[in-house]
Design a protein around this ligand. Structure first.
Ligand code: CP3
Length: 345
């Protein structure tokens, strides 16, 4: 089936403009909190029936044009050999933090079929349940973003340990990036084989780097992943979306990843991105997640402006500029989706 979201990813202008939300399955939905109330987050990720159930919730409730697999970018780090836990309020914890040669050496590769079977099973269930409704997006973290969690041992504000390794031990950092890249290639390939119809690579923290460091330490690894997915024998060719948070200074570099779609956060107007990269690029984005606190009238103006800018691109997929916040009333998210459809019909 030729879904509007997939057609837009391939560069076709479709009307109405397809829309989905990063983190569309999550705590802002009472239906999610209900399922989540009984189990912790990781158990949810590792139980295919539950992961599939919460993946489908926003399809039914919001009317979005694509589903995104319910999982987390940190999931493959556990079979690589790291301890992973989520503490309420503190975010993810990865232990022990990767700091020296010995730490990098201990990290292993993964065999997705035996190490993360629950992810592949969730995808298979979802493909059956979503057939004829919406396509399914698989995803991974980008190597740099995963490296920050591994080296910092969790979330960070300054990313001092990551940058220190990058600058003081560049060969070690490259070795770490290469290991994560190998894992990400086989992980995304396995998701596609299991039925993911598009994949998004989340580079949440690459925006902390200047252009020169991004080019030297990050871009080659993202390129390797995209090239692998495009060239691997016997896997269906699926669109690849590359999203950098706070990546307005890395637009040219993001394009060099050769991903099919570039995701923008709210700080970079789509019109500026079109001006910078030309009319042959597909963009995804980019409403400020907090704009969902606006009044209906002001929200409508913001959405119209983004849609208008998107008309200058080769094609446009509407999204938030980052994940939806737990504080957003679901009705507002629903309103956003219907406004996007109405205003672009
Ligand atoms: O988009 C979706 O609906 C699919 C599911 C998804 C989750 N995380 C579920 C989740 C996706 C695509 C992610 C990606 C992810 N995870 C990223 C990249 C995108 C981004 O937000 O920048 C990152 C950096 C992570 C790491 C992560 N996971 C953090 C920092 C946290 C804690 C912060 C928080 O919001 O609580 C998580 C937990 C997490 N991942 C939750 C969900 C629904 C909340 C868990 C809960 O129910 O308690």
């Amino acid at each position: 089936m030729d879904y509007p979201f997939l057609r837009a990813c391939r560069g076709e202008r479709v009307s109405p403009v397809p829309v989905w939300l990063m983190r569309q399955a999550g705590r802002y939905l009472p239906e999610y909190r209900e399922v989540r109330g009984k189990d912790d987050f990781l158990t949810l990720c590792k139980t295919p029936e539950l992961a599939a159930e919460v993946t489908i919730q926003p399809i039914d409730i919001l009317g979005v044009d694509a589903a995104i697999l319910f999982s987390d970018i940190l999931i493959p780090l556990e079979p690589m050999g790291m301890g992973l836990s989520f503490s309420e309020g503190k975010g993810p914890i990865l232990e022990p933090a990767v700091r020296d040669e010995k730490d990098v050496e201990t990290l292993g590769g993964i065999d997705p079929d035996s190490d993360v079977p629950f992810v592949l099973e969730t995808i298979r269930i979802l493909r059956q349940e979503l057939e004829g409704r919406v396509p399914l997006i698989g995803f991974s973290g980008a190597p740099f973003t995963l490296a920050t969690y591994m080296v910092e041992g969790g979330s960070s504000k300054s990313f001092m340990h990551t940058k220190r390794m990058m600058y003081a031990a560049p060969r070690l950092f490259r070795e770490l990036m290469a290991k994560i890249t190998g894992v990400t290639k086989s992980y995304l390939e396995a998701q596609i084989r299991a039925g993911a119809q598009a994949v998004q690579i989340f580079d949440t923290w690459a925006g902390i780097l200047g252009r020169e460091d991004y080019r030297e330490h990050v871009l080659p690894f993202v390129q390797e992943i995209v090239a692998h997915l495009k060239q691997a024998p016997d896997i269906p060719e699926v669109p690849v979306i590359y999203f950098i948070l706070n990546g307005g200074h890395l637009l040219w570099e993001a394009r060099e990843s050769r991903a099919d779609v570039i995701g923008l956060d709210w700080r970079t107007p789509i019109a500026d991105a079109v001006k910078a990269l030309g009319k042959d690029v597909v963009f995804q984005g980019n409403l400020d997640p907090c704009a969902l606190f606006l009044s209906e009238e002001r929200l409508k103006e913001r959405i119209s402006s983004i849609l208008e800018q998107g008309r200058g691109a080769k094609a446009h997929i509407f999204n938030l500029g980052h994940g939806i916040l737990p504080e957003i009333p679901p009705d507002k998210a629903k309103l956003m989706v219907s406004l996007v459809h109405e205003l672009s019909a």
